[in-house]
Design a binder for this molecule. Structure first.
Ligand SMILES: Cc1ncc(C[n+]2csc(CCOP(=O)(O)OP(=O)(O)O)c2C)c(N)n1
Ligand SMILES: *[C@@H]1O[C@H](CO)[C@@H](O)[C@H](O)[C@H]1NC(C)=O
Ligand SMILES: CC(=O)N[C@H]1CO[C@H](CO)[C@@H](O)[C@@H]1O
Ligand SMILES: [Mg+2]
Length: 571
């Protein structure tokens, strides 16, 4: 409250939140405005924080999580109370499960009316609980600066994840004198809350090196934890010093170029099935890596796990766990290896086996890719897209991908040359991340084009955000693999379908021939409809050089793929 006679003018809480965010280094926000957060968005804008306004908090939340991943600093989502907060949980949970730094800020109902059925009333602190590392409610304007700094600190420290800040609408309406605001901001800024990251000991490094030296068939595996630690230079150094082949997880792709001579991606089954020591950097031994267990992995394999999270090490019980920042640990390893050089070399039987397998797989794949199949299967258009992307050179575009067949085929065919240039359905296999990720990537890396390769079902989850692309004129080209539904056409045996609704469309089917390219034209973007190689090539050439929002609707044979993509055993 501005005191009578005080010569310090007062500022409102919206401005104080914006000031705290700006001081803490926040430069972008994603969200949907409404009661009680519209002024907050405008205050942030006026302080130089770009506010990207979405249609749905779910997409905005996915954008905030990916922005956190791409920049290494928490992405911020702003939502209204009640349903806005609930929609935002999608992004918050996505941040948690992928270990990306993100903060959701939601307005909430008036504190004195809580429990009486106030407008958009929800116990938001309880709602976010399963999805966050840390949450705080600012019960008074004086708590704003410290709350803002602490949610951001928690989101980014240790294993990154989602955090939540709740600001009741009555607090948003409070004011404070400018001098008091500055005092609170200074105090919050000076309070260091980040817990120091543990560092590994020299003995642990020596133990790791001795395990690696004794290995006959070593393998380096890395994931998006290594990507967020920006460990690419250290990984390159380790791989090249030791001559050990490497296998990235889907989003680890690009930390080292896919075309590197020690890339074992095309010999994945052999590499994980036969390796005796696996150095796993910033990747969890979860379902994506078959839990590190037989039959995919050998019974004898010894894991050296490098992870920021002690709990991850406790859970997996590796031969050796190195807890800490991947970049720092790899630096230490590389330093000791330098004084003690060893390198497998190309004629080492393990390297030869991997290299031969890679050649075999690649030439089989290239044989299939070389054919022009029309109506399109998945491979022909994917090859054309791959070549168009390679043709762009550096800086490479960010590739966003979701879908079942479309994402699986894209992961094998598209080539990643630079770190953090692939965003896909991630640890949860989440559909609906597409447009949010596109927008985050365009905003995080303005020099890069963004190319999304999406199944028609995957695309549909967030398709309305094509308007957001047009509104902000973002350089995003969305390519929709249109096979008429989830996994494509109706594959059911007609005899199995009975009952009063047997004539309904299959649960996997969408309207055949959906004109997705017209969707973006409704907002003034550019749409293309393509059904053969020449049409696709010309649409890619034109849209890649225009660097304007576009949707390319690619007609795919509805029976080209497989149900559940590569996860049929689980469906
Ligand atoms: C949030 C969410 N809902 C549902 C699913 C189940 N699901 C897996 S893939 C998929 C869509 C596959 O169809 P499409 O994107 O068209 O890819 P296609 O196989 O046809 O190329 C769905 C709905 C999911 N993974 N995530
Ligand atoms: C062949 O290569 C692709 C990627 O290029 C990979 O996904 C697949 O697992 C490889 N096959 C084997 C048997 O390793
Ligand atoms: C409007 C239009 O021509 N839509 C096409 C989009 O893709 C579908 C399905 O693959 C085609 O059948 C349609 O003709
Ligand atoms: Mg589909």
């Amino acid at each position: 409250m501005a005191e009578l006679g005080s010569n310090s003018p007062s500022i409102d809480c919206n401005l104080l939140v914006a000031k705290a965010l700006a001081r803490a280094g926040v430069d972008r926000m994603f969200g949907v405005v409404g009661i009680p957060v519209t002024s907050l968005a405008n205050r942030a804008l006026s302080l130089g924080i770009r506010f990207i306004a979405f249609h749905n908090e779910q997409s905005a939340g996915y954008a905030a999580s990916a922005y956190g991943y791409l920049t290494g600093r928490p992405g911020v989502l702003l939502t209204v109370s009640g349903p806005g907060c609930v929609h935002g949980l999608a992004g918050l949970s996505n941040a948690g499960v992928n270990a990306w730094p993100m903060v959701m800020i939601s307005g909430s109902c008036d504190q004195k009316d809580f429990g009486r059925g106030d407008f958009q009333e929800l116990d938001q602190i309880a709602a976010v609980k399963p999805f966050v590392k840390f949450s705080v409610k600012a019960k008074d304007i004086s708590e704003i600066p410290s709350s803002v700094f602490s949610v951001l600190d928690h989101a980014g420290s240790g294993r990154p994840g989602g955090c939540y800040l709740d600001i009741p609408s009555d607090v948003l309406h409070q004011t404070v004198t400018e001098s008091e605001a500055n005092r609170l901001l200074d105090e919050a800024e000076s309070r260091i809350t980040i817990e120091p990251i543990k560092s590994v000991t020299y003995d642990e490094i020596i133990k790791a090196i001795s395990l690696i030296r004794k290995a006959e068939r070593p393998l380096i595996v890395f994931g998006k934890g290594a990507a967020i630690a920006r460990a690419e230079d250290e990984l390159k150094c380790l791989v090249e010093k030791t001559g050990i082949p490497f296998l990235p997880t889907p989003m680890g792709k690009g930390l080292l170029p896919d075309v590197h001579e020690l890339a074992a991606t095309a010999a994945r089954s052999l590499a994980i099935g036969k390796c005796d020591v696996a150095i796993v950097v910033g990747a969890r031994l979860n379902w994506l890596l078959h839990f590190g267990e037989p039959p995919k992995w050998s019974k004898e394999v010894k894991f050296i796990l490098i992870d920021i999270d002690e709990d991850e090490i406790k859970l997996r019980k590796p031969e050796l766990g190195l807890i800490g920042d991947a970049k720092k640990i790899l630096k230490m390893l590389n330093k000791e290896i330098k004084d003690d050089p060893f390198c497998l070399g190309r004629s080492h039987p393990w390297i030869e086996a991997i290299t031969n397998k890679v050649k075999e797989n690649v030439s089989r794949m290239e044989g299939q890719l070389a054919k022009d199949v029309v109506p399109f299967n998945f491979l022909t258009p994917m090859r054309i897209i791959r070549d168009a992307i390679i043709g762009l050179g550096s800086p490479a575009p960010v590739v966003v991908s979701e879908g079942a067949n479309t994402m699986d085929v894209g992961r094998s065919v598209l080539v990643q040359m630079e770190p953090r240039t692939r965003l896909d359905a991630g640890t949860w296999g989440t559909m609906g991340v597409g447009l949010g990720y596109c927008i985050a990537a365009a905003v995080a890396s303005p020099d890069r084009l963004v190319v999304a390769v999406e199944g028609d079902s995957g695309f549909g989850f967030s398709a309305m955000e094509v308007e957001t692309l047009v509104r902000y004129q973002l350089p995003v080209v969305v390519i929709v693999f249109n096979n008429g539904g989830v996994y494509g056409g109706d594959r059911r045996n007609p005899e199995d379908i009975t009952g009063p609704y047997k004539d309904d469309p299959a649960p996997t089917s969408f309207v055949p021939g959906a004109a997705y390219h017209l969707l973006i034209e409704a907002f003034g973007g550019k749409g293309y409809l393509v059904g053969n190689p020449d049409e696709l090539k010309s649409a890619l050439t034109e849209s890649f050089s225009a660097r304007k929002p576009a949707v390319i609707n690619v007609t795919i044979d509805p029976y080209a793929g497989a149900e559940s993509g590569r996860m049929q055993h689980k469906n």
